[in-house]
Design a binder for this molecule. Structure first.
Ligand code: S3P
Length: 445
């Protein structure tokens, strides 16, 4: 998986209206967690709707290397036979997480309090991403690590022989860090208390409850404190994975900027901590709404309906960033097609995603003829209106799936086609992207 894939360029050009039903695959965050909690439970966990993209398959393979068994039924249901908390076996080779920051960081947490040795690596993009943010707090449980440079993959972990529960204030506004620590706490005797100053996605907490963990979440200023009891015995659960709002975002923005479009995106995860993009789009004047909202597997789910509307620029303050952290690339495209200026702040975490997304978005917007100012922690985008983006350029994606999909969406509404240098990485999160967009009427060549 670390082998560099041959680049696959693609161009998008203006179609007629986009119309129809957008079938989006399962949520990536929930898919990783379902496999990992399944591997830590005793007995058989059933998962429906799992995202079968490269990132999630890498996590499934790692869980097998730790001793869990996985199988897929003919109807697409996945089954995981877990080994119990503290039951991970020592992998006999290097664990390769490809492009997946979530997979590698959560798996490090899941093994940190089990006395086995494991070596973690990933692709060229993942090897540049900071791991110290999880390695340092995980050390407090009694784990040892060695890594390249200042905490970069490849990293070797030696799980704690005598783990201890911890009290910790999480420095990074990251659900991955929080989740890694919660998973480590599962095998540390006593009560671990974690405080975070901001509210990040809470799928791990919700799913841990469903698997029978003793976990309590209390508000704490603008953030919250989570306490969890260790030496937990997790009971297997049936997990239904709703469809990924971060993938639905591409279809929703495409319908908002391609004139006369109207699409429906069924069964989307509508967790309040994930729907920030839809809220901002509505503030921009977009016709994006939710229908048939219900609860499925402990998460709110509904149909998203999106239709073309003229957009206007908005200001999105820093405190909203966690609820749309992965959606800034596609929000920047919506802003480019809006009238007026959009100001996005609190984006410093974007510098350490699959690429330096702040720089990649700014360079891409400039290439397609949109004025943008790159701040250390934000972007100021001068919108050119629904029919005003020139296009006619090839955008560099820097091994980043969301940059690739965002600029292809831009090409659907720009005056001239927009190409991206590589679409190979789209398979890490949304392998069906091109086919799904074509089914709505998108034109790629
Ligand atoms: C994720 C959390 C976010 C997000 C990533 C998935 C998760 O990362 O960017 O795509 O599943 O926990 P951070 O928590 O590091 O911000």
């Amino acid at each position: 998986m670390t082998a560099v894939k041959a680049p696959r360029p693609l161009a998008a050009r203006r179609p007629g209206a986009l119309r129809g039903i957008a079938q989006i695959p399962g949520d990536k965050s929930i898919s990783h967690r379902a496999l990992i909690l399944g591997a830590l439970a005793v007995g058989e966990t059933k998962i429906t709707g799992l995202l079968e993209a490269d990132d999630v398959i890498a996590t499934a393979m790692a869980m097998r290397r730790f001793g869990a068994e996985t199988a897929k039924d003919k109807d697409g249901t996945w089954r995981v036979w877990g080994v119990g908390t503290g039951g991970f076996a020592e992998p006999d080779g290097v664990l390769d997480f490809g492009n997946s920051g979530t997979g590698v960081r959560l798996a490090m947490g899941a093994m940190a309090t089990t006395p086995v040795l494991a070596v973690f690596t990933g692709d060229q993009s993942l090897r540049r991403r900071p791991m110290r943010r999880v390695l340092e707090p995980l050390s407090a449980f009694g784990m040892d690590w060695n890594g390249r440079g200042d905490g970069y993959l490849p990293v070797t972990l030696r799980g704690a022989r005598h783990p201890v529960a911890i009290e910790h204030r999480i420095a990074t506004p990251s659900a991955q860090v929080k989740s890694a620590l919660l998973l480590a706490a599962l095998n540390a005797p006593g009560r671990t208390r974690l405080t975070q100053n901001v509210l990040t996605r809470d799928h791990t907490e919700r799913m841990l409850k469903a698997f029978g963990a003793d976990i309590v979440v209390e508000p704490d200023g603008a953030g919250e404190t989570i306490s969890i009891t260790g030496e937990a015995e997790l009971k297997p659960a049936a997990v239904h994975v709703p469809r990924d709002p971060s993938s639905a975002a591409f279809a929703a923005v495409a319908a908002s900027i391609v004139p006369a479009s109207q699409i429906t995106i069924p069964g989307v995860l509508l967790n309040q901590r994930r729907v920030g993009l839809f809220q901002v789009l509505r503030e921009m004047g977009a016709r994006v709404s939710a229908a048939s909202v219900s609860e499925a597997g402990g998460e709110p789910v509904g149909d998203v309906v999106a239709a073309f509307a003229p957009l206007r620029g908005v200001e999105v303050p820093a405190d909203r960033a966690p609820a749309l952290i992965d959606e800034y690339p596609i929000l920047a495209i919506a802003a480019a097609f809006a009238e007026g200026r959009t100001i996005l702040r609190g984006l410093e975490e974007l510098r350490v995603k699959e690429s330096d997304r702040l720089a990649a978005i700014a360079a891409g917007l400039r290439a397609i003829g949109v004025n943008v100012e790159e701040l250390s922690d934000g972007l100021i985008i001068e919108g050119r209106g629904a029919d005003g983006v020139p296009g006619g350029a090839t955008v560099e994606t820097h091994m980043d799936h969301r940059i690739a999909m965002s600029f292809l969406v831009a090409g659907l509404a720009a005056r001239e086609p927009v190409a991206v240098d590589d679409t190979a990485m789209i398979a890490t999160s949304f392998p069906e992207f091109e086919a799904m967009m074509r089914s709505l009427g998108a034109e790629f060549a």
